[in-house]
Design a protein around this ligand. Structure first.
Ligand SMILES: Nc1ncnc2c1ncn2[C@@H]1O[C@H](COP(=O)(O)OP(=O)(O)OP(=O)(O)O)[C@@H](O)[C@H]1O
Ligand SMILES: [Mg+2]
Length: 648
């Protein structure tokens, strides 16, 4: 390849603006060739199209017609990602108003474009320091832009233009805001860089500034009026050499960690606003955590009460759906109870028959319910004895005249403090020996005394007290709560087989638990959805603030895009900012939610902790970040850098 390939080549390039009624021809059929190592000044009146030309050269804008080649590669054929890579590697912009990021130090400003070329942090900061030292700003490296003079700021921006090894520096009125001494210094710097091989294209309206350039191009009304290179072209400079155009490939995306760091810097810079945004999420998440804890706590309390009764108890009563139940139905017999013992998973079977009767000891009476049952009763009901023993299977078989008394009954009958064990009490003209005293249970949740129990062997009762041969209920205790359903089914089929019809009813605490769980869950969901709405509102807050954020940082975004950030990098950065807010808010919200729950627990309100609500709240806040962060991030990524950088 012996032929020289120009570095930049414009062929019949036009740029028309058709925003208003009239079409503005900002550039009209521009033909321009820039060789490697040139120092070009573009001059022209205001509105002549200089900036437009510069934007097209820097790939920030596209020609309406015509062709633009860089190293022989047609720019029009490149996609957005490749254009970013091209901008990053080939061009360095120097703006009239420096365009430094005020939250970053000089060093960080210089290093910023290198984030997008994938240089790691320490490498790019070192390189930034080297460049700053070269430009005489070694001591100013850690100063923020507001602490630097205009000339110093402009030199920082030149250093920034150089960090990715730009081949071409595009400077639009770089001395426009500088005093003449600083301007002179800057031009010297550009000249020096040019001698080192950097191509410099600079826009100016000052003929004195233009004099520093080797080549002067005059622009008027979108056309090139005069190009001093027409005469010089014959003597190529030493830097000119044939250049095989290399394939332009998109650069890798900015690392997530890097994006998170940038997010923290941005959020820190606007910490008060960040705090307000966080507040929405914090309140939302804390509300979810607290509400769920209260809802679950209520459920747990009710379930515990049911648990106290025994969740593995099955109650069988005589009578059925089609049989009028008078409570004295004759369908359940002791034989039925005995048959149920064989059922797999039924650990205890306690038959019951009761009647009202009066017991007498000495001069004291007790009138109440007398229950006939078997030894399983104490296990089915989890009832310990305070004194003595329970009756045995042998007592059942022998119709033993023994009796077990509840605490209340003992207090009533043995008022002189006698030991009841071994004493004989009188009931229905027969004596019964007291063999045991039940442990006191106190009042039930409903306020009923549970200690007025009087127990006798069921056989004895049938013979002497009840006068009937059938049972009023059978209580079956399943081995575990899980087995209740299966045992219930077995009981039903066994009894139906024995009776030939379903003349009994089976109740389980399970069905009760189900109802309670359902109602409590409804309550919990209600609370959670109220909390969820507040989280949603918080999410809208995030979106709002992020949109404000994007509008306010348009220049920063424009600058990042101009220096080589891909739209996807911008998208990622702003998405991550929203995520960081939501994750932070989520974490703080969980902590506060737990704190509030603890506080509430002090007021005797039942609460229940579980990992689900905080996890749920956290995931929701993350989702909020993802959903509500997307629109602002998308807006940022679509930003037009020319417009953004032109704003005040
Ligand atoms: N976005 C736009 N929409 C419509 N017209 C535009 C737009 N940008 C620039 N123009 C017009 O294009 C022409 C060239 O503008 P350009 O900014 O390139 O001028 P300039 O030579 O840089 O001027 P100055 O020296 O004032 O910066 C002007 O007439 C301007 O009004
Ligand atoms: Mg301009």
């Amino acid at each position: 390849m012996s032929q020289l390939v120009p570095l930049l080549e414009l062929k019949d390039v036009c740029r028309y603006y058709t925003s208003s009624e009239v079409e503005v021809k900002a550039l009209d059929k521009i033909n321009l060739t820039v060789m490697r190592g040139e120092f070009i000044a573009i001059m022209g009146q205001s509105g002549s199209g200089k900036s437009t030309l510069m934007n097209i050269l820097g790939c920030l804008d596209k020609p309406t017609h015509g062709e633009y080649l860089i190293n022989g590669q047609a720019v029009a054929e490149l996609d957005a990602e490749c254009l970013s890579a091209l901008r990053l590697k080939t061009f360095g912009f120097v703006f009239q108003r420096y365009q430094l990021l005020s939250n970053y130090t000089a060093q960080e400003n210089v290093a910023m474009p290198a984030i997008y070329s994938g240089m790691d942090k320490s490498a790019r900061l070192t390189r930034a320091d080297e460049l700053l030292a070269r430009l005489g700003l070694a001591e100013r490296s850690l100063h923020k832009p507001t602490e630097l003079s205009g000339g110093q700021q402009q030199r920082v921006s030149v250093a920034r233009a150089l960090i990715n090894g730009a081949e071409v520096i595009l400077a639009d009125e770089p001395t426009g805001a500088l005093d003449s001494a600083s301007g002179e210094q800057l031009l010297e710097l550009l000249k020096q860089l040019n001698q080192e091989g950097v191509t410099v294209i600079l826009i100016t309206h000052d003929p004195e500034v233009a004099e520093h350039a080797d080549r002067l191009i005059q622009v008027k009304d979108g056309v090139i009026l005069d190009d001093s290179a027409e005469q010089k072209r014959e003597q190529p400079t030493t830097q000119q050499h044939g250049h095989v155009s290399e394939q332009i490939k998109p650069l890798p995306s900015v690392g997530t960690f890097e994006s998170i760091l940038m997010a923290f810097t941005a959020l820190h810079a606007n910490w008060f606003r960040t705090l307000l945004t966080l507040l929405g999420i914090i309140i939302g998440v804390a509300a979810v955590v607290t509400m769920m804890a209260i809802g679950e706590g209520g459920k747990k309390q009710v379930l515990e009460r049911i648990e106290a009764i025994g969740t593995n108890l099955i109650l069988i009563r005589p009578g059925g759906a089609n049989i009028r139940s008078s409570g004295d139905n004759a369908s359940l017999s002791l034989e039925d109870a005995n048959a149920l013992v064989a059922i797999d998973g039924a650990s205890y079977v306690a038959p019951e028959r009761s009647t009202r009767a009066t017991i007498r000891f000495g001069q004291y009476d007790f009138s109440g319910r007398i229950k006939g049952t078997n030894p399983d009763y104490q296990f089915a009901k989890d009832w310990q004895l305070a004194q003595g023993v329970f009756f045995t299977e042998a007592d059942i078989k022998s119709f033993a005249p023994v009796i077990i008394l509840g605490d209340t009954v003992v207090k009533q009958l043995f008022q002189h403090g006698e030991n009841p064990i071994g004493q004989y009490v009188l009931m229905k003209n027969a004596f019964y020996q007291v063999i045991g005293v039940l442990q006191a249970k106190g009042a039930s949740a409903g306020g009923n005394d549970m200690d007025d129990e009087v127990l006798i062997p069921v056989t004895t009762g049938m013979l002497k007290v009840f006068g009937r041969k059938h049972l009023s209920s059978i209580t079956v205790k399943a081995e575990s709560t899980e087995q209740v359903a299966q045992v219930t089914e077995a009981i039903k089929s066994k009894l139906v087989a024995r009776h030939g019809k379903e003349d009994f009813m089976v109740f389980t605490t399970d069905s009760l638990v189900e109802t309670v769980t359902e109602t409590q869950d409804t309550l919990t969901y209600l609370l959670a959805s109220v909390a969820g709405i507040s989280l949603f509102v918080g999410g809208i807050g995030v979106m709002n603030i992020m949109l404000v954020n994007v509008s306010e940082r348009r220049r920063e975004i424009g600058l990042r895009i101009a220096t080589g950030a891909k739209p996807t990098d911008i998208l990622k950065q702003f998405n991550i900012e929203a995520w960081v807010v939501c994750i932070l808010g989520g974490l703080v919200g969980i902590v506060i939610g737990f704190a509030v729950t603890l506080l509430i627990a002090n007021f005797n309100i039942p609460i229940a902790y579980s990992m689900t609500p905080p996890l749920l709240a956290f995931v929701t806040s993350l989702l909020v970040g993802v959903i509500f962060g997307y629109a602002p991030a998308h807006k940022a990524a679509k930003l037009n850098p020319i417009e953004a950088l032109a704003e005040d």
